[in-house]
Design a protein around this ligand. Structure first.
Ligand SMILES: Cc1ncc(COP(=O)(O)O)c(C=O)c1O
Length: 473
């Protein structure tokens, strides 16, 4: 037997041990500190052991409890970043994904996996009212944004063959609130970060359409070519939704591609579709089922209106992957419409999770997140020493401690220290946002485990910590 082969019985035994650890983790997560209470040096020491020449067999498993103990916990009081809570039915099916080891390159490589991916993508397209769109799953919102903008560049200023043309400069437009993955994509695509025009947002952190139009006009008059406009359907800081229909009309007027970054918010359309009107006018849309469909990482998605545009950007086939027949279903290739060749069977967990729970359960869960965010907002507004810093459009709540007599810059420092201490205490996990140059605490609820009492802990923790920090200053 090959030295790395294990018998089905050994496999089963390993899985049973993993299963026990996983279910213990789920059972204990609520009572654990959210961040691991351990230093970086200690974690380095634990996991820095040298590579063994001779296998440790079952002994190797012991280190898994260290992995569990030194991982951040995602219980109902985790509100950091925009991070979905990783629902367990999806997680369970991930094991089968790895065992089946399907390579979702093309139908001929993995018929069931390719077909399931097409099915779940069509479900996602339907959820956001873009039934005629096609799409691909990918690693996340950043990868989807990169692919969407690659399609935009290749459609509006083809460069795949001869490189970026030396003609007039190109420009892309997005609001000042845009996610960092957009400038990153623009840099990678050779457009140049300086050619991203950051359009001012209004007091609700939504892009101002009149300013967009003026910027595009100014550029065209100077001979700059506007190739794409990026609208956000849920900004990373506050969850603001840009006025998508108005932006679509302006992008069309200038012949620019319209990409929507819906990685945080667009799947909220399951519960509140009216908030996303205009989304169907996009050329491409990023979604992130590993955020607001609670899937275990990774599971992103890019939807696009025109498969030819995707092929224009991504199709370049070697003979080794040539389709062997002309049947329209069996000759289908994902690698002609996306960056990756070898691809995980990401659709399995999403397909299983959606079928296991049903769409109504996800709608309810998203409604809970929305209500929890409103509940937190109300508790902040009812507390004299806390101030809400942005409207709550989706499930992100930005606020800060404003007690005592402090200058604005003292408040920035104070709130930054409050955040550090709140996270260190481990009872609730918040992150931060800078809004209009002010440092804010931020809770983002994309968490199917959160209850009302979890939400009520936020203000209590912040006030308790603020008292300590303030008196120590
Ligand atoms: C609005 C927005 N776009 C894109 C991304 C990037 O998504 P991912 O982390 O899946 O790459 C995020 C992540 O939080 C986001 O909030």
């Amino acid at each position: 037997m090959n030295p790395i082969e294990i018998s089905p019985a050994q496999f089963k035994s390993l899985c049973e041990q993993f299963l026990a650890m996983a279910s213990d983790y789920l059972t204990e997560m609520d009572s654990r500190s959210i961040p691991a209470k351990v230093s970086g040096a200690e974690v380095d020491r634990i996991f820095g052991a040298p590579l063994p020449e001779i296998g440790l067999a079952g002994e190797a498993l012991r280190a898994f409890s260290d992995v569990v103990q030194h991982s951040r916990v995602q219980n109902g009081r985790f509100f950091g970043y925009v991070l979905g809570s990783g629902e367990a039915a999806g997680a369970a099916s991930d094991l089968l994904c790895s065992v089946l080891n399907q390579n979702v390159t093309a139908w001929r490589s993995s018929p069931a996996a390719v077909t399931l991916e097409k099915t779940v993508v069509s479900w996602l397209a339907r959820i956001v009212s873009c039934c005629e769109f096609r799409g691909v799953l990918c690693g996340g919102g950043s990868a989807a944004n990169l692919m969407g903008l690659a399609m935009a560049r290749e459609t509006k200023a083809p460069a795949n063959k001869r490189g970026i043309p030396s003609g007039p400069p190109l420009a892309v437009y997005a609001s000042t609130e845009v996610h960092m993955s957009i400038p990153k994509a623009i840099a990678l695509l050779g457009i140049g970060r300086d050619n991203l025009r950051l359009i001012p947002a209004d007091n609700s952190f939504r892009m101002t359409p009149s300013q967009l139009e003026q910027a595009m006009l100014r550029d065209t008059e100077r001979g700059v070519v506007p190739i794409a406009v990026v609208g956000s359907a849920g900004t990373v800081n506050t969850g603001a939704i840009d006025p998508l229909a108005e932006i679509a009309a302006i992008a069309a007027k200038f012949g620019a591609w319209f990409h929507i970054d819906g990685a945080y918010g667009a799947l909220g359309a399951i519960a509140i579709p009216h908030k996303f009107s205009g989304i169907d006018r996009a050329d491409s849309i990023s979604l992130d089922p590993h955020k607001w469909l609670y899937q275990p990482i990774d599971c992103g998605c890019l939807l696009y209106r025109d498969a030819i545009a995707a092929q224009r950007a991504f199709s370049y086939s070697g003979d080794y992957v040539r389709a062997l027949n002309n049947d329209p279903i069996e000759s289908f290739t994902f690698f002609d419409e996306s960056i990756e060749l070898s691809r995980r069977f990401r659709a399995l967990k999403l397909w299983f999770s959606l079928r296991y729970h049903g769409l109504a359960a996800f709608r309810k869960s998203i409604e809970n997140d929305l209500q929890h965010a409103q509940r937190l907002g109300a508790s902040i507004e009812a507390t004299a020493d806390l101030q809400l810093m942005a409207p709550i459009e989706l499930s992100a709540v930005c606020f800060r401690y404003v007690g005592g007599r402090h200058t604005e810059s003292d408040l920035d420092r104070l709130n930054s220290e409050i955040l550090r201490c709140v996270v260190k205490r481990g009872n609730v996990y918040l992150s931060n946002a800078t809004l209009q140059s002010r440092f804010c605490l931020r809770a983002c609820v994309v968490n199917h485990r959160t209850t009302n009492s979890d939400i009520d802990r936020v203000a209590t923790e912040v006030l308790a910590v603020a008292k300590e920090v303030d008196s120590a200053n």
